[in-house]
Design a binder for this molecule. Structure first.
Ligand code: GLV
Ligand code: MN
Ligand code: MN
Length: 410
């Protein structure tokens, strides 16, 4: 199968320019102007390919290539195009534009699907705006209920309900729900976001499991005041408490001794945020993951104990909110085997692996058999402007996706 790599690379570049950051960085936050522009641009690409486009009330977008048997459940593929602040061009995008290219490749080869093939472009895979990620796929799979989703608020205190309406997505969020059996399968193409494929010189990762993510929001409330006038004894500095908590998060992850345990504090908001003012309130968010859920939960318990101890010792109130704590997902063995078989036919090297990042596949696994196709990215770098996957690596991924979709849709 001949993939049009030049067209795909040009589209990846074009989409990366619809961004709120200076190239090569990409920032595309859900329900922003740029998100809207990217959605319109993508819908034009889908329609050019003759796909039927539909959007649900949260903005999940579906582009369907109808199969001969429209009553059979479709095969779905896709990913997301929202991007965290100062991200790269490939995270999510390879799975959306790669899916489009896979469909165009199959069309050009004269393939006639029996089952429909549908690209799903999920809303808000990234947690940037609302604190939790995969909002589109959580809603589709019934992991998040409509009322809780609509009540989510961003840092400007705008509700998801209002933001989606302002972006043109109306209707009851309950209508986003898909029942098990709606799709016969879901396959997501994605960059690995880790170093193993490149290190081992392997072109494709056939994902067998997706690690269990969790997010804690920890708020410390102490006492503010003048940085000069207020003497050190008796201070209740909430940022000092948070600083200790950040190190406690790192310690808790290291304590397991397992290479698969990771924990990160990636946000910190200081109030009032003036150099000459003692921080009275600080909010941090910790991201904790492991491929073993019980071990991840032990890390969370350790962090909670540490935060309690810091709070008492420093006389600073602490509040811990668990934003999400999801179980891991297993991919469907039959789709994993299909991916391996396609790699063999196409003479592309492949190995089984675990996804340490989360993806919409984690939630799609609750309503249909899923699998993921990973391709290497340079130095394993992701969530950075220098994220890079070579056209050759992407081409292999698209070829394997096309082969897998044709097998599943036949
Ligand atoms: C997804 O972007 C993740 O953080 O794993
Ligand atoms: Mn990401
Ligand atoms: Mn992603």
């Amino acid at each position: 199968m001949q993939v049009n790599t030049a067209r795909l690379s040009a589209e990846i570049n074009a989409l990366s320019l619809i961004s709120d950051a200076e190239p090569p960085a990409v920032t595309r936050i859900v329900f922003s102007e740029r998100d809207h522009e990217a959605r319109e641009w993508l819908k034009s690409r889908y329609r050019e390919a003759g796909l039927e486009v539909r959007e649900d009330p949260v903005g999940n977008t579906f582009a369907r290539w109808p199969g001969a048997s429209t009553q059979l459940p479709a095969i779905a593929t896709g990913s997301h195009v929202d991007a965290i602040p100062h991200a790269g061009k490939y995270d999510g995008v390879v799975g959306v534009l790669g899916a489009l290219e896979a469909i165009r490749t199959l069309q050009q080869n004269g393939f006639q699907p029996t089952r429909s093939i549908e690209i799903v472009q999920f809303t808000a895979e990234e947690p940037t705006r609302f604190g939790i990620g995969c909002i589109g796929s959580r809603l589709m799979s019934g992991t998040l209920d409509a009322a809780s989703a609509d009540a989510l608020r961003d840092k400007q205190d705008q509700s998801l309900h209002n933001l989606r309406h302002n972006s043109g997505f109306s209707g009851d969020l309950a209508a986003t729900r898909m029942l098990p059996g709606h799709y016969a399968g879901f396959v997501e193409l994605h960059i690995e976001q880790g170093p193993f494929l490149e290190r081992d010189g392997i072109s494709i990762g056939a994902v067998t499991h997706i690690a269990a993510p969790a997010t804690l929001r920890i708020t410390f409330e102490g006492e503010g005041g003048h940085a000069g006038g207020r003497l050190m004894p008796g201070r209740r500095d909430s940022f000092c408490a948070a600083a200790e908590a950040v190190l406690a998060v790192e310690r808790a992850a290291l304590f397991t001794g397992a290479i698969d345990t990771v924990a990160t504090v990636g946000t910190c908001e200081i109030y009032p945020g003036a150099v000459n003012s003692i921080p009275s309130r600080v909010r941090i968010e910790a991201d904790i993951r492991d491929i073993e859920e019980t071990r991840r939960d032990e890390v969370i318990a350790k962090i909670k104990t540490a935060v309690g101890e810091i709070s008492v010792r420093r006389n600073v109130a602490a509040n811990i909110q668990m934003l999400n704590a999801d179980p891991p997902a297993a991919c469907a063995p039959q789709i994993v085997s299909t991916i391996e078989r396609v790699c063999q036919t196409e003479q592309i090297s492949c190995k089984r692996m675990v996804s340490r990042a989360y993806h919409d596949s984690l939630f799609m696994a609750r309503i249909c058999p899923v699998a993921m196709i990973f391709i290497p990215c340079r130095d394993g770098v992701s969530h950075r402007p220098d994220e890079y996957a070579s056209p050759k690596a992407i081409e292999a991924g698209v070829r394997v996706l096309a082969g897998t979709l044709s097998d599943l849709a036949s």
